[in-house]
Every structure is written in structure tokens, then in C-alpha cells.
Design a binder for this molecule. Structure first.
Ligand SMILES: Cc1ncc(COP(=O)(O)O)c(C=O)c1O
Length: 453
């Protein structure tokens, strides 16, 4: 046997520290009408140990031993060489992917869910609330809470709640409560339903509901957990890229030429790419590509602005690429990529020219997912299909140019809960949808008078 298909690390080889890009890329502060938001202002929402990480500019942050031990339930994650995809494409590129689909929930989301639940437990929290789009984040937090001994309530975007019944059952199996959002349980939800009883919901609305449910707990024992966007979430996910670096070295490669991940709020992409952004900042030539749906193109067509992270404007202003907090995305199947905003660190790195974002249409992504399933064998999540589609574009380009490029992408999750989306694709029932410019302009008008980053 000469070809090594899966590059494996032992538990002893796991990274002992997370990499914090905030040491090397400077983001503008969170803002409120009174100026920059101090860390203490977050106390009703998050435990202070996580707020400290959110504001930290320390480059390397130790992973507590107990957290490492929790992560070994599914980490280190293997890196695969995609020999069969390469052969099908006839490309000289060498394609590698981190396989984050092997966690108990089937995605990268537990990498931060378990960490957040652990820090909350240390701080005395009894119950966590959150939102979920595709259901992956909700099920990851449900899993984490059951592991650590916390109650969990998940507001799931209504359109996904209808499209994807299985994640809801997973959450319930792990003991969490899952309700469709908007719901009648919060003021934010009731306000939206009054205006539009048939709304498909959005991550922005579900975030408003989850924050409201946390901060109005009369006993003050409930906190909110966010599955993406914020710096501490990106930080926890960097274990993906730090493992990948060791694995590339084991595979006999130096640094990759191209690093690719799909980007909803930015966490799996940041997790894989930030350790390589560090190399890029220090002179390495690496192309780093976040990929988003053409129907929700925050990075490629949204403005870099100060905006709220949620629909009801409960969060402070965040400097990020945004399609506007009142943006309601088209109900495409990649539910995890339907967020109006983006991680401030990813946004800033794009502004600084460290990354080259790309938007791809739904049909090309499903085609890429089908080819991947039929070559590599794993059925990818519709979100991950975006990373695969960009990888295929780059592999074809390498073929045209006759260049032996090393491409690394993140397989952020499997698509076994998303087979109804694949069924629609195979039956020709899916269409492409490019967001019209008028909608972008109209949502941008709402931000008139907001400070600029
Ligand atoms: C499998 C998968 N990939 C990607 C995403 C997008 O999120 P993020 O950009 O935070 O990685 C999600 C979100 O639910 C997801 O479930």
C-alpha cells in the first residue's frame, strides 16, 4: 500500500492552544449608542470567562485539560486526500479535506458547543438558549449540554424546522427543547408574527428570541450561546486548522496554495483558515477563499458596516459585512448559510485583502456535492457543497494552467439529514437565485445614520 488516503493524528498530537487571529487582525470595537461596548455589558448574555476570550488579543490561548479530554470524543478529525475526486477531475492539483462530519452531531459545531457549555458550567450557568438554522448548531449545543449537565432550549428557524425534522429529533434525544422561530414565546417573535404570520423566519429573528429568553430569566441562571460569528467561536474552531497543519506536514506537504471553506457566520471557514492567515500575514503565498451562496452574498455584495447581529436589534453594533439586519433570505437548502452578517474577524480580514470571497449558485453546489458523494463516498452537507464547488473550480483551473497546486478545504458536515434537498435537486425541482440589487440597496438604507467602521 503506497497511497495514504487518511492522515490521522493521535490524541497526544492534538493542539494544546487555540490561535487567536484578533492578535494579528484588528477589528473595530462593538458599538452602542453610548460608544464602544465594554466587556461587562455582555454579562447578562454570556459568562465572563467567554467574554474575556471575546475581547482577548492574546495570540495563543491554552485549551483547558478537561476541554481537551471532552474534545477527544471525536477529535483529532482525520484529513483525507481526495484521490478519487482528483482522478474524476483529471486535475494535477492535490486535494485534501478536513473531515468534520465525524463528530457525534455530524458537523464542526460541537468544537465550540462543548467548549462554551464547559465555560458556562464553570461560571455557574444552569441553562443555555440558542438559535439554529439548519439544525446543526442546535443539535451540537443539545449534545454539549447533555454531556456537561445543562438545560438547553433551541429556537429553530421556521423554514428549516419544516424542511428538516431529523435535527429536531436529535435535539430532543439529547434532552433539549426545540421550538420553531418566530414563536409566541418572546416579544421579538410575537412582533414578527403580527407583521407576517407566514414568515419563513431567519437566523436574525431566532437570535433575538434566544437572547430575549436568556436575559429575561427571572432567576438569572440562563445564558445565551452563539454558534458562529463572534471571536470566541472562531477561536475554538481554530483547532481544525491547527490539526490540519500537522497533518499536511505528515502528508509531506508544506503549506497549501489554496484554503477553502463555506461561510455562513464564518466559523468552520475561520477554524480551518485562520492558522493559515497567520502564515499569509507572515509572508506565505496562500489564497484563502470563503464561499457563500449567491442568494445570501454578505461578503461578496454586502457592505462593510456597523450592523446588529439580530433582527430585533438586541445585539450591539458589530463591524461586519452585512445584508442588513432585516434581510430575509430565500429558503435555499443550505440553511446554515442564510445569515445576514459575518464574523467581524473574517470581514476585517477580507477588507485587509487577506481573503478572496466567492459566491456560488445552489445548482452548481449540489452538482459538486453529487460528484463528491460518487467519488469520495461521503454525502456532504449542502453548506459544505459550497466549499466543494469552489474546490472543483480551483482544481479545474489548476488543470488548465497545468499547475500542481495543493488545495485544502473543510468538509464541515455530512448531508444525511439533508437528503430531501438532494431529492429535490435530482428531481430538477431546485433553481438558482441571485439576490436582486434592489433588495441589497433597500436593506442598506435602514443603516443610514449608523456609525461607520
Ligand atoms: C455543516 C455546516 N457547515 C457550515 C455551516 C455554516 O456555519 P459557519 O459559517 O459558522 O461555519 C453550518 C451552519 O449551520 C453547517 O451546519
Amino acid at each position: 500500500m503506497t497511497k495514504i488516503r487518511r492522515i490521522i493524528l493521535t490524541e497526544q498530537e492534538m493542539p494544546r492552544q487555540w490561535y487567536n487571529l484578533a492578535a494579528d487582525v484588528k477589528c473595530p470595537p462593538f458599538m452602542s449608542p453610548n460608544g464602544p461596548v465594554p466587556p461587562e455589558a455582555w454579562a447578562p448574555v454570556f459568562p465572563m470567562n467567554l467574554v474575556e476570550q471575546e475581547y482577548s488579543t492574546q495570540r495563543w490561548i491554552d485549551i483547558p485539560e478537561e476541554v481537551l479530554s471532552l474534545l477527544t470524543r471525536w477529535r483529532p478529525a482525520p484529513m483525507h486526500r481526495a484521490y478519487d475526486l482528483e482522478r474524476a477531475l483529471g486535475t494535477p492539483a492535490r486535494i485534501y479535506y478536513k473531515n468534520e462530519s465525524l463528530s457525534p452531531c455530524g458537523s464542526h459545531k460541537p468544537n465550540t458547543a462543548v467548549v462554551q457549555a464547559w465555560y458556562n458550567k464553570q461560571a455557574g450557568t444552569k441553562r443555555l438558549t440558542t438559535e439554529t438554522g439548519a439544525g446543526q448548531w442546535g443539535s451540537a449545543l443539545a449534545f454539549a449540554c447533555s454531556l456537561i449537565g445543562l438545560d438547553c432550549k433551541v429556537f429553530m428557524v421556521r423554514v428549516s424546522y419544516g424542511q428538516k425534522p431529523l435535527p429536531k429529533l436529535m435535539m430532543q434525544t439529547w434532552g433539549a427543547q426545540c421550538v420553531p422561530s418566530p414563536s409566541m414565546e418572546t416579544q421579538a417573535g410575537r412582533a414578527v408574527l403580527e407583521q407576517d404570520p407566514d414568515t419563513p423566519g431567519s437566523l436574525g429573528i431566532a437570535i433575538s428570541e434566544a437572547i430575549e429568553a436568556a436575559v429575561t430569566d427571572p432567576k438569572g441562571q440562563t445564558k445565551y450561546a452563539l454558534g458562529s460569528v463572534l471571536n470566541h467561536v472562531m477561536l475554538h474552531q481554530t483547532i481544525i486548522g491547527l490539526e490540519a497543519k500537522k497533518q499536511l506536514e505528515k502528508a509531506g506537504e508544506k503549506l497549501p496554495d489554496i484554503v477553502i471553506g463555506c461561510a455562513g457566520g464564518g466559523s468552520n471557514f475561520a477554524g480551518l483558515s485562520f492558522p493559515f492567515v497567520y502564515d499569509k500575514i507572515h509572508g506565505s503565498k496562500i489564497e484563502i477563499i470563503p464561499v457563500e451562496p449567491a442568494s445570501c452574498p454578505s461578503l461578496t455584495r454586502g457592505h462593510y458596516v456597523y450592523d446588529h447581529g439580530d433582527n430585533a436589534k438586541m445585539t450591539p453594533l458589530v463591524a461586519m459585512h452585512s445584508l442588513g439586519h432585516n434581510f430575509i433570505p430565500a429558503p435555499i437548502h443550505a440553511g446554515g448559510l442564510r445569515y445576514h452578517g459575518m464574523s467581524p474577524l473574517v470581514s476585517r480580514a477580507v477588507e485587509d485583502g487577506l481573503m478572496s470571497p466567492r459566491a456560488i449558485n445552489q445548482l452548481e453546489c449540489y452538482e459538486a456535492g453529487m460528484l463528491f458523494a460518487r467519488t469520495e463516498g461521503i454525502i456532504p452537507a449542502p453548506e459544505s457543497c459550497h466549499a466543494i464547488a469552489a474546490t472543483i473550480q480551483e482544481a479545474k483551473k489548476a488543470k488548465e494552467e497545468g499547475k500542481e497546486k495543493v488545495i485544502l478545504f473543510n468538509l464541515s458536515g455530512h448531508g444525511l439529514f439533508d437528503l430531501l434537498g438532494y431529492e429535490k435537486f435530482m428531481n430538477g425541482q431546485l433553481t438558482d437565485y441571485e439576490l436582486p440589487q434592489e433588495i441589497i440597496d433597500k436593506n442598506h438604507e435602514v443603516l443610514a445614520g449608523y456609525p461607520l467602521p
